[in-house]
Design a protein around this ligand. Sequence first.
Ligand code: HEM
Length: 140
Amino acid sequence: MSLDHESIALIQYSLEKLRAELPTGDTRFYDRLFQINPEMRGMFRDDIAGQGMRFMSTLAVITDALTTPNVFHDEITRLAEGHRAMGVKAAHFAPLGDALFDTFRDVLGTDFTAKIEEAWREAFVIIAARMMEPAETAGR
Ligand code: HEM
């Protein structure tokens, strides 16, 4: 499964815009995530502000890497190992995606179009599948 160039361009453009407009230390993405799925709060440290920025910057690295399969593979493999060790499951990706899309809507308003959302949904399916693959089969 792969994304076409237009979808990748929409993903990169929208994330760049979101990151430019989110104030440093902004926690609304996590606030929304824990509202959607309160049980996930306990998995994260109490001070969530720095984590929020790391999520966004890593998301940028991963989505940029969508255009270069080998880089994508390395980044995803590293991230996947840590997340599997923390007990992250495939079912956790849907609430995370929904929280991200609500954050996009909140910050970008009507600039977050249905087409951009669709591109992100496809990307999330790919990222989730790669992060949840058993390590021994990843990348094959
Ligand atoms: C698009 C997918 C995701 C990205 C880009 C991402 C990114 C990150 C990053 C950059 C970190 C910091 C540690 C590190 O660099 O490994 C992290 C930690 C973490 N992530 Fe993710 N993550 C993703 C999906 C998820 C999902 C689905 C969950 C489900 C609960 C999750 C839960 C966590 C937790 C619990 C931590 C540790 C937080 C803490 O120490 O407080 N992540 N994530």
